[in-house]
Design a protein around this ligand. Sequence first.
Ligand SMILES: [Zn+2]
Length: 234
Amino acid sequence: MARPHAEQHRAGSGNALRAAVLGANDGLVSDLSLVMGVAGASLGSTQILITGLAGLVAGAFSMAMGEWISVTSARELYARELRIEGRELRDMPEAEHAELAEIYRRKGLDAELADRVATALSASPETALDTHAREELGIDPDELGGSALQAAVASFGLFCIGAIPPVAPFAFLDGDTAVAVSLALSCVALFGIGAAITRLTGRSPWYSGARQLAFGVGAAVVSYAIGVLIGSIV
Ligand SMILES: [Zn+2]
């Protein structure tokens, strides 16, 4: 028996999960690398904690602003494209109709059917604009309403959450113990993020978790080595 279509596709809820994973991963990997870099240069726990917290705040602001610009500019770009398309539909409906019919012919419909579909989908200005937006511009007009502020606040918060595992141990522990606990907590978080994304991709959580762990630890090891090098020079 076929399962309901909606159960097999998770793309709808996928965007929020994708954004959450990306934000948390950014906070985790960047602050883990930062903390390991200064740990490699033999800074004390208090200095590492301050560095980690400063990195957390700086990264969270940068992420929030990047997200805000990305959502805002995408929406402004799409709105402009839709305005132009709307004007073209008003000023040269015949040419736009022919354009739409051509798109359906390229998809394999015969000329007569393509013409009928184009006519039907041009019945009202709203439907016509919606159809041209999707078929011609590749824009989903329903996706333009995303809030830039909401995206900015969410990515700020997620970056902070991601940065907690590598930074928090330095508030309570000292020396090598703090570094070891920071690394261990970060490994768990890296694996968790890798496994979480498989809810979208449908891949094995073990494979994805291990891959994420390898990349994150790789970044930390390189940062630590650079920290050691810089510490010995400065
Ligand atoms: Zn068009």
